[in-house]
Design a protein around this ligand. Structure first.
Ligand code: SF4
Ligand code: SF4
Length: 269
């Protein structure tokens, strides 16, 4: 399984900057990230296209960031910004295609060669059809980046849908059907909209961090919650829920189930 097109800038409203550290903050709300990207974009827009000027801007943006990284070991690059005036596309402001020719990515948090060649695990773990489905359902930078990088979430949602349908949930078919795609977008958009999550929890979707600040997958403590595992639980974890009681967990499962059923309902019985 692997994806044959470039997931970072696939077009159609989708773009991603997750591996540049975009979401690596406790407050990774759309509003907070939009503000940060706008600040970085504005600062770099006035910088001469030289390594010295970009380096200075990068140091200044990092020093004034005002929020520490959620996972300290994961770098946050100040060269990430909006590529368009409408703030619809996120991307690298040091890339030669953006600067007009000079490669200024060395002024960021990695070497330019690393930026150029890096592909995240989603390239290897998603199928083309799954990735195209995410691109079509999440045609905005904020949601696309959250979903395309969470293979377990995408697979988990499709698996729940298959159970609900009692048969295959073919991504190609879902993409062709506007009603199904809208319902699927609402399911994927739970990444942004799911209520009742603890905004202070130091988790990012399925991950918490170890003592070194390294992201590690987390699981539910069923014994402490006094309940058993359910098929929705992987998706519940990927949404960033940290249920402290069985009723909280049950409510999160029901939310997921409701949204999966809504997608299934767009198919004829
Ligand atoms: S996280 Fe993956 S899809 Fe997103 S920008 Fe990085 S390599 Fe591209
Ligand atoms: S320099 Fe590299 S890490 Fe920084 S925004 Fe560009 S691609 Fe991302």
């Amino acid at each position: 399984m692997s994806v044959s097109f470039h997931l970072c800038q696939p077009g159609g409203g989708a773009s991603c900057g997750a591996c540049c550290g975009l979401y690596n903050f406790r407050d990774h709300s759309r509003a907070a990230l939009t503000q940060r990207l706008a600040t970085q974009t504005a600062r770099l827009a006035h910088a001469p296209r030289t390594p010295e000027a970009y380096g200075e801007a990068a140091r200044e943006l990092t020093a004034n960031r005002g929020a520490s990284a959620l996972f300290p070991i994961v770098r946050v690059c100040p060269l990430l910004g909006f590529l368009d005036a409408e703030q619809q596309r996120v991307g690298c402001l040091g890339h030669p295609l953006v600067t007009g020719g000079t490669d200024l990515r060395d002024c960021g948090v990695y070497r330019a060669t690393v930026c150029e060649t890096f592909t995240c695990p989603s390239f290897g773990w998603l199928t083309d059809a799954q990735a195209r489905l995410v691109q079509a359902a999440c045609a905005d930078w904020y949601l696309y980046g959250l979903v395309i990088t969470d293979v377990e979430f995408v697979r988990g949602c499709l698996k729940l849908l298959e159970w609900e349908l009692g048969g295959p949930a073919r991504p190609e078919l879902l993409r062709e059907r506007p009603e199904s795609l809208s319902a699927l977008r609402r399911l994927f958009a739970l990444k942004e909209t799911a209520p009742g999550r603890d905004g202070q929890a130091t988790v990012f979707g399925r991950f918490t961090h170890d003592t070194e600040g390294e992201p590690v997958p987390r699981s539910l403590d069923y014994a402490a919650l006094g309940t058993r595992a359910a098929p929705e639980d992987d998706v519940v974890l990927c949404l960033g829920y940290t249920p402290a009681s069985a009723p909280e967990l049950l409510a999160a499962r029901e939310l997921v189930r409701e949204h999966v059923r809504a997608v299934a309902a767009t198919f004829p019985a």
